[in-house]
Design a protein around this ligand. Structure first.
Ligand code: A3P
Length: 297
């Protein structure tokens, strides 16, 4: 799965980000104005980061020449366990202008208490498990070409169903934030990839309001909301020079591995009816009584 998995506090953590996760959990001090983007891997993190960054920085950098043109969204919105705390237990995060925007894949139960106790905001994004799994499978193949030969889709489905995916069990991840948003709708904004694909403009407005950066009437009249939505669209981000040819901060892979197809329902091209049935039956069982359902097409 792109690394070893360690079971830590009920979560299957990736070996490559494990130390970062522990440092993050122990040392991060949230500010009330922080915005934390949280996703299971391959749910549209890159998209949400681009949107949040564009929303928060639209005053400083008029969108068309924004930093997004020259940096991939992951460099602009760093991930706690992969980037910030990866090797440094005490990074200096105090000089970043607010709202500071960070990201993580950490499940709710494992978040540092300062995130839970402060007034900072959590934006959670998930995606139906079938597309998430297919996206993940392609991604690990690009990250580590030798892994994909070693892991068939059949095996990955089996691992998924046993809870064994990065930051899994997947259903615990989603249900943790689903419960949190029910209890604290002002703290946790819960988004689904499929809804954003259907209609992005209202999501951009909701996100801006939630982040404490609402659009003024003038901005709305000038078409700023639509501009941000289309700037961050799959086709536009994918075709930016930085995302076509730039390198990820790992230095090894190209930014283009962050962009594959960007569609809902691609699972149908890869998963057999047996795999789909197994995953759906399991999800039904796990989500029963929660009031939450995924959208698969
Ligand atoms: P696919 O592999 O299905 O194409 P993450 O950013 O969490 O790693 O998620 C990656 C998935 O989001 C990939 O899905 C990728 O193509 C898709 N994606 C990236 N940018 C996007 C955008 N601007 N709009 C929609 N989907 C996007």
């Amino acid at each position: 799965v792109g690394g070893y998995l360690y079971l830590y506090q009920g979560c299957w953590c990736l070996s490559m980000s494990f130390q970062g996760l522990i440092f993050f959990q122990r040392h991060f001090q949230a500010h009330d104005t922080d915005v934390i983007i949280i996703t299971p891997p391959k749910s549209g993190t890159t998209w949400l980061k681009a949107l949040a960054f564009a929303i928060a920085n639209r005053m400083h950098h008029p969108l068309s020449q924004s930093l997004l043109l020259t940096s991939n969204p992951h460099d602009l919105v760093p991930c706690f366990e992969f980037d910030i705390y990866h090797e440094n237990p005490f990074p200096n995060l105090e000089n970043i202008h607010s709202p500071r925007i960070f990201s993580t894949h950490t499940p709710y139960a494992l978040l540092p208490s300062s995130i839970k106790d402060s007034k900072c905001k959590i934006v959670y994004l998930c995606r139906n498990p079938l597309d998430t799994l297919v996206s993940y499978w392609h991604f690990i193949g690009k990250l580590r070409p030798e892994t994909v030969e070693a892991i068939s889709l059949d095996q990955l489905v089996d691992m998924f169903c046993r809870g064994l995916t990065a930051y899994g069990p997947f259903w615990d991840h989603v249900l943790g934030y689903w419960k949190a948003t029910q209890e604290m709708p002002n703290k946790v904004l819960f988004l689904q990839y499929e809804d954003m694909k259907v209609e992005i403009v209202s999501h951009v407005k909701t996100l801006a309001d939630f982040m404490g950066c609402p659009f003024s009437l003038d901005e709305e009249k000038q078409g700023m909301v639509e501009e941000i939505a289309s700037f961050c669209s799959f086709d536009n981000l994918k075709d930016l020079e930085v995302n076509k040819t730039g390198k990820l901060h790992t230095g090894k892979q190209n930014n283009n591995i962050l962009f594959r197809k960007g569609e809902v329902g691609d699972w149908a091209n890869y998963l057999t009816p047996t795999m789909v049935e197994r995953m759906e039956k399991l999800m039904e069982e796990k989500l029963e009584g929660s009031g939450f359902t995924f959208k698969r097409s």
